[in-house]
Design a protein around this ligand. Structure first.
Ligand code: UD1
Ligand code: UDP
Length: 381
């Protein structure tokens, strides 16, 4: 079986590690994987670092599309992916998540009838102002095999008309939907001990276990809207000062570029002078896992980081108006605080008192989602 995998943004490169590892370990003879990197993310610490660290084969193709407006960026990817698909003629194209690279892969493959496998299918925020919501709906509805990491994801697909009783042979008009667990959980389990042994981030930035907070901010809705970005950083400033605990923020380049422009000058200065707010460059995956495992609490608008908070049993304060990962909130381990200063501070106060009582039952599978996905693909080729 020949598959073409599309990656482009940081989380997709990380997710792809789980499937590539499962192919290498269990399906070396049966599956040949060709990797196309769209080049959506390109900085060393947003892309190459993950290949170096996670054992992902170097991409067979890099389209080097880079950053740009949605239309131009996605169109460039569609055209590049189409050309390669016509040449490689794979049995499947494999798409991850909800980025513009995902959408481009879906459009290119569906028009030339290459069956699409969508990993992380069925996730919905029910907020179509998010570019990701459009990307994931369109990718799901063009797919032949849809793998959902959560039961909620599967239910969302059923509500949109997907039939869970469909039997093989599957096609884009008669798709198969599966609940399979999360490839990110596969990765977190696999790399957890490796991170303990290899990452030196704690020493590098002088941190001790359980005595710092971790945060990430990168959603366009937060970075590009000054009111929201100011509210987030006001909350970070107030919480770090009152708790006298540092907050480590590995800043996505999008956020790093917009901080000075979109924060009020007094707040920007205050943040720079607050030695408890440690703004650092994006870190490698092993470093990120090490930080997640050792921090006290996580503030994030990232999908992946929300889940990793749960995997590593840390409370998550979700800096968005809603989440696709409803289970985390239902379980009481995440609080949706949006970009609202008071909500963030209240969520922090609550978790400061209650975090010892939180329970994190396994809801993201058994760490073998990648094997399940590959076996299902082989059975339905
Ligand atoms: C993209 C995804 C988002 C995902 C995120 C993961 C879309 C629409 N969005 O958002 O779903 O959560 O990746 O991180 O696909 N930049 C750099 N260097 C890089 C990459 C980006 O400087 O290597 C800067 C550029 O200024 C760029 C901006 O970040 O314009 C945004 O990058 P882009 O890939 O368009 O979107 P993300 O915000 O990264
Ligand atoms: N991540 C990382 N280094 C960082 C920040 C995040 O390796 O500095 C990892 C994180 O552990 C998770 C993934 O990147 O696996 C999440 O990606 P991101 O937040 O960019 O996107 P999202 O998941 O929101 O689409």
């Amino acid at each position: 079986m020949k598959i073409v995998t599309i990656i482009g943004a940081r989380p997709q490169i990380i997710k792809a590690a789980a499937l590539s590892r499962a192919i290498r370990n269990n399906f070396k003879k049966e599956i040949k994987e060709i990797i196309i990197h769209t080049g959506q993310h390109y900085d060393e610490n947003m892309s190459q670092v993950f290949f170096d660290e996670l054992g992902i084969p170097e991409p067979n193709y890099n389209l080097n599309i880079g950053s740009g407006l949605h239309g131009k960026q996605t169109a460039g990817m569609i055209s590049g992916i189409e050309e390669i698909l016509l040449k490689e003629k794979p049995d499947y194209i494999v798409l991850y998540g909800d980025t513009n690279s995902t959408l481009a892969g879906a459009v290119a493959a569906s028009k030339i009838h290459i069956p699409i496998v969508h990993i992380e299918a069925g996730l919905r925020s029910f907020n179509k102002s998010m570019p990701e919501e459009i990307n994931r709906i369109m990718a799901d509805h063009a797919s032949t095999l849809l793998f959902s990491p959560t039961k909620t994801g599967l239910q969302n697909l059923i509500k949109e008309g997907f039939n869970p009783d469909n039997k093989a042979p599957f096609t884009a008009d008669h798709p198969g939907i599966f609940h399979c667990g999360d490839v990110m959980y596969d990765n977190s389990l696999y790399f957890s001990e490796i991170a303990d042994n290899k990452s030196t981030i704690m020493e590098d930035i002088s941190l001790n276990g359980n005595s710092f907070f971790l945060g990430t901010v990168h959603r366009d809705n937060n970075t590009d809207k000054p009111k929201r970005l100011n509210a987030l950083f006001e909350a970070f400033d107030e919480i770090t000062r009152s708790a006298e605990i540092p907050l480590v923020l590995p800043l996505h380049p999008r956020t790093a570029k917009l901080l000075q422009k979109n924060l009020r000058p007094e707040l920007y200065e205050k943040i720079n002078k607050n030695s408890l707010i440690q703004l650092i460059k994006p870190v490698s995956f092993l470093d990120m896992i090490k930080l997640e495992k050792n921090c006290r609490m996580i503030f994030t608008d990232s999908g992946g980081v929300q889940k990793e908070s749960y995997f590593f049993k840390k409370p998550a304060i979700i800096l968005r108006p809603e989440t696709e990962w409803k289970e985390i909130v239902q379980q009481g381990c995440g609080i949706i605080a949006d970009a609202d200063k008071e909500n963030i501070i209240n969520a922090y106060t609550y978790f400061s008192k209650e975090s010892e009582k939180l329970q994190f039952p396994p809801i993201f599978g058994n760490g073998k989602a990648a094997e399940f996905i590959l076996t299902t693909m082989l059975e339905n080729r």
